[in-house]
Every structure is written in structure tokens, then in C-alpha cells.
Design a binder for this molecule. Structure first.
Ligand SMILES: *[C@@H]1O[C@H](CO)[C@@H](O)[C@H](O)[C@H]1NC(C)=O
Ligand SMILES: *[C@@H]1O[C@H](CO)[C@@H](O)[C@H](O)[C@H]1NC(C)=O
Ligand SMILES: *[C@@H]1O[C@H](CO)[C@@H](O)[C@H](O)[C@H]1NC(C)=O
Length: 250
């Protein structure tokens, strides 16, 4: 038997047993569904995996990027990511509804969204070449009950949305949708980043292009107050990590 045909069932079994964390299965924009990548496809024989807008990554355990790796390109679009080959269509101002396969209750934390312009074809780019501008973030929903936006994600059938800035110039972009789980964030290197990237083809008549984006390796450090963060001690606010929200195209 060919080795790849052995690997895939083994991975499927692995995913069944550790499927706690989830991944973005796709996005819904104006009720139009566009599939993302399934991590199990990463080792598929060349040409056999479905072509999707989602970036593939070495994420077969549905794992996370640890703070010790925040200075590496793995924090951009998850581990050893390769570009999505298709696009989801959206217009500036549209809402992108991300669907996660699942998410565990314990993994509370913020959900942060970024975009990066491709200046052409996204499918030929590397994750380290992308320059990210933050477009939205949410964290604490109700501090008194320690309710986080990840709890809302779970209550919303594992969906979470982001709005494309309404004056964003048309073109190809990568959207980076990220959960940072803080259940271990009280310890150094205990936070867990789950970035998910997907290509967007933006239409509309916007005029503003991001020019101030940063490389993913400059987004966070392991000692940022929003990374080294204890969610069990009654905090009343959350210091978001990463750059300020880019509002020039709002
Ligand atoms: C990304 O993660 C993979 C899997 O852990 C590892 O093999 C690779 O060396 C990492 N890449 C970088 C740039 O650190
Ligand atoms: C996102 O999708 C879910 C179900 O697929 C739906 O219930 C929800 O209303 C959608 N949210 C937005 C903002 O479109
Ligand atoms: C919840 O999401 C699943 C998978 O994405 C979908 O099949 C189902 O229709 C959704 N349920 C509701 C109530 O939106």
C-alpha cells in the first residue's frame, strides 16, 4: 500500500481523539459559503487535496503556536503555512462570518482579525511576506462572569464575524482570524495562538489601502500583558496584544 493512503486514516483517527481545538472550516459572506483548508489535507498526494481559499498548515493536531514561537513566521498563518489557492469574494463593508469546527469551553480568550494586501496573486506568497493591519478585536464580554468572546463563539454555533473596512480598496487580501486561548496564560509560554488565514478578493469602490501593516513576527511577544495574562483572578479589563486597530479605511 502507498504510504500516503496509510497516513490519512491515521490522521483522521488522531483528529477524532484530539479534536478539541478546531479550525476554520470556511467563511460565509452575504450567505455565500467558501470552504477553508482542512488540516488533514496537508499530506495529501500532490493535486489531490481540494483547492480552497484557506491557507494550509502543519496543524494536524489542531494545535497552537506557543509564545516562544511568536518571533517566527509560524505565528503568521499557523505552522509551516502555504498559501490558499482560491478566494472568497467580498466587498468592502461586508461581514465575513468564520465557522470553526468546534471550540472547547475552557479555552477562553480574545478573537482578533487582521488583513494583509497581496498586491497581486495571494496564492504565490509566503506567510512571512504578509504585512498585517488589525481590523477588529473582541475579548471580555462580561468581566463579572468571566465571559469571553470565545464563549459567544461557542453559543453562536462556533461562528465569529469580522467586518471588512468599508473604504478598503479593491484587490486581493489575506484575512488572519485568530483566537488566543488564555487558560494557561498565567504562565510564561502558556498562552496559545490559533491563527487561521484565508484569501479574500475584495470588490467595491473603496480607495484606502493599508500601508502601515507589520510582519507577523512583530505582532506579539511572550511577555505582552495580553499574552502573559491571568484570567482566573477577576480582571476587569483586557489589554489586547498587537498593534492598534487600523481605522483609516473605516
Ligand atoms: C514551524 O513549526 C514547525 C512544526 O513545529 C517546525 O517544524 C518549523 O521549524 C517551524 N518554523 C519556523 C520558521 O520556526
Ligand atoms: C454567522 O453564521 C451563523 C450560522 O451559520 C449565523 O447564525 C449568524 O447569524 C451569522 N452571523 C453573521 C454576523 O452573519
Ligand atoms: C451550525 O454549523 C454547522 C456546521 O457549520 C451547520 O451544518 C449547521 O447548519 C449550523 N446550525 C445552525 C443552527 O446554524
Amino acid at each position: 500500500m502507498h504510504s500516503t493512503t496509510l497516513i490519512l486514516p491515521a490522521l483522521a483517527l488522531l483528529l477524532d481523539t484530539v479534536s478539541a481545538h478546531g479550525f476554520v472550516t470556511g467563511v460565509s459572506i452575504n450567505s455565500q459559503w467558501t470552504a477553508g483548508s482542512d488540516p488533514v489535507w496537508y499530506y495529501s498526494p500532490a493535486g489531490s487535496a481540494p483547492v480552497t481559499a484557506g491557507w494550509d498548515s502543519l496543524n494536524q493536531d489542531l494545535g497552537f503556536v506557543e509564545p516562544a514561537s511568536f518571533g517566527t513566521s509560524n505565528i503568521s498563518c499557523h505552522k509551516s503555512a502555504t498559501a490558499g489557492k482560491a478566494y472568497a469574494n467580498a466587498n468592502a463593508g461586508d461581514t465575513v462570518n468564520f465557522s470553526w469546527s468546534t471550540w472547547p469551553d475552557s479555552h477562553k480568550g480574545p478573537i482578533i482579525n487582521y488583513i494583509a494586501p497581496c498586491d497581486g496573486d495571494c496564492s504565490t506568497l509566503t506567510s512571512s511576506s504578509l504585512r498585517w493591519s488589525k481590523i477588529s478585536q473582541a475579548g471580555f464580554v462580561t468581566p463579572s462572569t468571566n465571559t469571553w468572546v470565545t464563549d459567544v463563539l461557542i453559543q453562536s454555533n462556533f461562528t465569529s464575524s469580522a467586518t471588512i473596512p468599508k473604504n478598503l480598496a479593491p484587490g486581493n487580501y489575506v484575512v488572519r482570524h485568530e483566537i488566543i486561548a488564555l487558560h494557561g496564560g498565567q504562565n510564561d509560554n502558556g498562552a496559545q495562538a490559533y491563527p487561521q488565514c484565508l484569501n479574500l478578493k475584495i470588490g467595491g469602490s473603496g480607495t484606502v489601502k493599508p500601508t502601515s501593516g507589520v510582519a507577523a513576527t512583530s505582532l506579539y511577544t511572550r511577555t505582552d500583558p495580553g499574552i502573559l495574562f491571568n484570567l482566573y483572578v477577576g480582571a476587569t479589563s483586557y489589554p489586547y496584544p498587537g498593534p492598534e486597530i487600523w481605522t483609516a479605511a473605516n
